[in-house]
Design a protein around this ligand. Structure first.
Ligand code: SF4
Length: 221
């Protein structure tokens, strides 16, 4: 049996959709904030919340920590779960402050090697694996593959995953089969999201899918 080619979906998606230019954010801190705010909500809502923070000149660690919880929650209200997310943002900012990088959050990458940075991020209240990896990859340019529900669904249908593996097992599978390349990880995850939103939905639209030629689920889907 030929070895599964984990780059084939990438090449096909990239040829079909083109570069996705992720992550939308002007600074590493804005990317970090976006990674927290995007939990369980659409990106358009995150954009409104970030615009509110910018308008209030509150898109910095120092400014966020100066706001009280209610003020911060009000600014990020469009992102949903705003009381919970306000707490999470404050925890993230307190963490960055404790690491000595509140003014330059991008310098977090100099504080430790990737596995240790990941452990530290996961220890922050409210930061789970997907958020931690999004911060590592998109804010800090470190090679940590981001896994989400789209990844699980699409690669389960492609026959490369069972679909019920743990987050860590899926991440390890991707990282074991792909070159360790930040730009590739960045673009691959963005393309997976694009496919998962537009085509490989819970009820898939296989007729429109660029992967249908080699997807074992295409015929039955
Ligand atoms: S062919 Fe269908 S099931 Fe396979 S990846 Fe595309 S949309 Fe998903």
């Amino acid at each position: 049996m030929p070895r599964p080619d984990w780059l084939r979906p990438y090449r096909t998606l990239h040829a079909h959709y083109g570069p996705q230019h992720w992550w939308p954010g002007e600074t590493p801190f804005e990317v970090m904030v976006g990674a927290v705010l995007t939990q369980n909500t659409a990106w358009t809502n995150v954009e409104k919340a970030i615009a509110n923070l910018k308008r209030a000149r509150a898109l910095s660690c120092g400014a966020i920590l100066k706001l009280n919880g209610g003020e911060l929650a009000e600014l990020i209200r469009p992102a949903g779960y705003f009381n919970v997310k306000a707490k999470r943002l404050r925890h993230l900012c307190a963490f960055l402050e404790a690491q000595g990088v509140a003014r330059h959050p991008e310098k977090l990458r100099d504080k430790a090697e990737l596995p240790e940075l990941r452990r530290r991020l996961l220890a922050v209240h409210g930061i789970g694996e997907e958020t931690a990896d999004s911060i590592l990859l998109y804010a800090l340019n470190l090679p940590s593959f981001v896994v989400d529900a789209y990844t699980r669904r699409i690669f389960g249908r492609l026959g490369l995953l069972e679909g019920d593996e743990s987050y860590g097992a899926i991440q390890t599978a991707f990282e074991a089969h792909l070159p360790r390349d930040v730009a590739l990880y960045n673009e691959y995850h963005a393309l997976i999201v694009q496919l998962g939103k537009s085509t490989c939905r819970p009820k898939p639209r296989c007729g429109d899918c660029p992967l249908r030629r080699f997807c074992p689920a295409a015929a039955s889907a």
